[in-house]
Design a protein around this ligand. Structure first.
Ligand code: SF4
Length: 196
């Protein structure tokens, strides 16, 4: 039990701050616990994750779990993996895919939640919105991920694992040959060694 943390999480889960701007009723999708040592800073839940009430409960999540070498049981254990998107509720979709995370969300909740995660040793920063918060001035996603060795492991910039990103992955073959093996090794170390 951690009453301040439990209270904060309950407040986030009850949030309806930008309800009028959301396509559906607010349903904050996140997971976290003060013991978590891996943090995934993502974008916003898509429609499937919103319906499931679980982060990355979709094809992007399948790919991300493969990148990390984590099974679903570990990935969805908040004591091991925290997942905080930049916007906690599904923002809706437009012609080019899902809309950006609601901009009201991060200023309202993010700093307090990050402060409540003292055990985090690695932060995976996925997509341009998370980059702007966690790694300001690092340029585009391609530039930040291309410079991954300069930031590793906290933060560790990643491209979005969406199937829509197939072209980016094909154009940057070093991602699979160099970055992914290092990522899997670091994540395995964090999951296995409590002192890491
Ligand atoms: S997106 Fe964030 S600020 Fe808006 S209702 Fe959901 S939790 Fe609250």
């Amino acid at each position: 039990m951690n009453p301040p943390f439990d209270r904060l999480l309950a407040d986030v889960l009850a949030c309806r701050h930008c309800e009028a701007l959301l396509p559906e009723a607010p349903r904050p999708v996140l997971q976290c616990h003060p013991d978590a040592r891996l943090l995934i800073a993502g974008q916003a839940p898509g429609r499937k994750a919103h319906a499931a009430g679980k982060p990355f409960a979709d094809a992007s999540g399948d790919r991300l779990r493969d990148w990390l070498g984590l099974d679903e049981e570990t990935f969805y254990n908040p004591r091991r993996v925290a997942t905080l998107p930049m916007g906690f509720c599904y923002p809706g979709s437009g012609r080019a895919g899902d809309l950006p995370p609601r901009p009201e969300c991060a200023p309202r909740w993010r700093a307090a939640l990050l402060d409540a995660l003292p055990a985090v040793r690695m932060t995976l920063v996925i997509g341009q919105y998370a980059l702007r918060w966690h790694l300001p001035g690092s340029g585009s996603v391609s530039e930040a991920v291309g410079n991954w060795r300069a930031y590793w492991p906290r933060p560790a910039p990643l491209p979005h694992p969406s199937p829509r990103n197939q072209l980016w992955l094909r154009r940057h073959p070093w991602f699979e040959t160099d970055l992914l093996p290092a990522l899997r090794a670091e994540v395995a170390r964090l999951m296995e060694d409590p002192a890491a």
